[in-house]
Design a protein around this ligand. Structure first.
Ligand SMILES: Nc1ncnc2c1ncn2[C@@H]1O[C@H](COP(=O)(O)OP(=O)(O)O)[C@@H](O)[C@H]1O
Ligand SMILES: [Mg+2]
Length: 441
């Protein structure tokens, strides 16, 4: 039988005072593949361990199949867990490793080997049943760990970054396999990862966490297409969403103007979002534009075009990303790196680029983002931090607008480039990082 899961206002405070999980609520339907996504340290494993019963909730209720399970011992929860550091028994063969849980529960050897063979073949490791773990590749070892979890036919799979120790090619292959297998079995799954691509490709729904707080829950299409917060917008997608600071000016007889430095975009009144954005007349908001919403055009003066100059190009083979200077201010959300950025607030990628293109040493603690770009900026400074409602932070720096181009374009540094903005694809957030058009559609 497959299990439903529900968390109601669940909080976990560790004895040292760390609030690892802060008032989190979400449901997982029977047979659903739910992915918990967020950077390292945001509380994902703690949520999973509370569902498994390995950790007590400090507050709130955990329901399994609709019944409070807070006091249920782990072995009575019908869950199987797969960890990042999947520990196989080194002295046992693959067959014995997979069959071990069955042996523990006294399943007859004949039945056991039949079930083991069936699962091993479903996992594509039927031909290595006689080998020891040391004779397997990383991917095969992970399949064995999966097999051992599956063999008991649990009602609920809990997987904690099961692929993060594998190299990227294998990860991509296994994520499709795992998602396919779990769906075939029809078992409910809560899968933890810090990798947004993994989340978007595998999940039926994604729950995104930051600092113990749940930010957004929805299908990949929903959270990617209509992120509830600035943080979710910044976390999902590659390349990252352009997040630009804009001043709003309402012109009642014409449009709502969004000023970025000395450039502007105009939201016509027949766009239903214009009224929501108009509330911010005279204030600054954050406008999100994904690279795919920017289309290079021959220079024009419409209200939906941004002009820039190529600062640098990044070739990815199948496409080239152009980063444009547009004289605007970007908003950078902290904690976007997998490992918490040390020292200065500059993301690792930025520091790498600064050092590559400016020919400078990588900035250490205290490096000023703006100064390390080699120019002053009129609107913002790296120190102008503000605190959004979820306790995280974002800061400002000169914008580098990322645009997708066909591979290896004939452009060089400094080339002017104009892009048309698909206005309907803009995202709007207030300065605290909350989506402005919430409650619409
Ligand atoms: N046993 C513990 N005692 C104190 N703090 C802990 C303990 N386990 C985890 N934490 C802290 O709780 C937070 C969430 O941890 P965790 O759930 O492991 O995050 P994630 O799995 O998202 O990386 C982190 O700040 C971590 O340091
Ligand atoms: Mg973890």
């Amino acid at each position: 039988m497959t299990t439903t899961v529900a968390l109601k206002d669940v909080t976990k405070v560790f004895p040292d005072g760390t609030v690892a999980v802060d008032n989190v609520s979400f449901d997982v339907a029977a047979g659903e593949f739910m992915v918990l996504l967020g950077p390292s340290g945001c509380g994902k494993s703690t949520v999973l361990r509370m569902i498994a019963g390995l950790e007590d909730a400090s507050d709130g209720i955990i329901l399994l199949n609709g019944e409070a399970a807070n006091d249920l011992p782990p072995r009575e929860r019908g869950v199987a867990m797969v960890f990042q550091d999947f520990a196989l028994y080194p002295h046992m063969t693959v067959a014995d490793n997979i069959g071990f849980p069955l042996r523990l529960s006294g399943v007859d050897p004949g039945v056991r080997s039949e079930q083991v063979a069936q699962i091993a073949s479903a996992l594509g490791i039927g031909d290595v049943l006689g080998r020891k773990p040391s004779q397997l590749s990383g991917g095969q070892r992970q399949r064995v760990a999966m097999g051992r979890a599956i063999v008991r036919r649990p009602g609920l799979f809990l997987m904690d970054e099961p692929l993060s120790n594998l190299d990227s090619g294998l990860r991509a292959e296994l994520r499709a396999e795992i998602a396919g297998l779990v769906r075939e079995l029809g078992v409910t799954c809560v899968y933890v990862t810090h990798d947004q691509a993994e989340a978007l490709t595998m999940a039926d729904r994604v729950a995104i966490m930051r600092r113990g707080v749940l930010q957004d829950v929805g299908t990949p299409t929903q959270v990617y297409g209509r992120p509830a917060t600035l943080y979710v917008a910044a976390f999902l997608g590659s390349p990252r969403m352009n997040l630009l600071e804009a001043s709003v000016y309402v012109s009642l007889d014409r449009h709502v103007a969004l000023h970025f430095g000395d450039q502007s975009l105009y939201l016509p009144w027949n766009d239903v979002r214009a009224r929501h954005v108009a509330h911010f007349h005279g204030e600054r908001i954050i406008v999100g534009i994904r690279a795919e919403a920017l289309i290079p055009v021959v220079s024009s003066a419409e209200g939906d075009v941004i002009h820039g100059r190529v600062r640098y190009l990044e070739h990815h083979g199948h496409e080239t990303l152009a980063f444009l200077d547009i004289g605007a201010t970007a908003v950078v959300v902290d904690e976007m790196a997998t490992q918490p950025a040390s020292g200065s607030g500059a993301p690792n990628g930025l520091r790498r680029l600064v050092s590559r293109f400016a020919g400078r040493a990588v900035g250490g603690p205290g490096t000023d983002d703006v100064a390390s770009h080699g120019r002053a900026h009129q609107n913002g400074s790296a120190e102008s931090r503000f605190t959004p409602s979820d306790g995280g932070r974002h800061h400002r720096r000169p914008a580098e607008l990322v645009v997708r181009l066909a591979p290896y374009p004939a452009l060089t540094q400094g080339t002017p480039l104009a892009v048309r903005v698909r206005m309907e694809a803009l995202h709007f957030f207030d300065e605290r990082g909350k989506r402005i058009d919430v409650g619409m559609h």
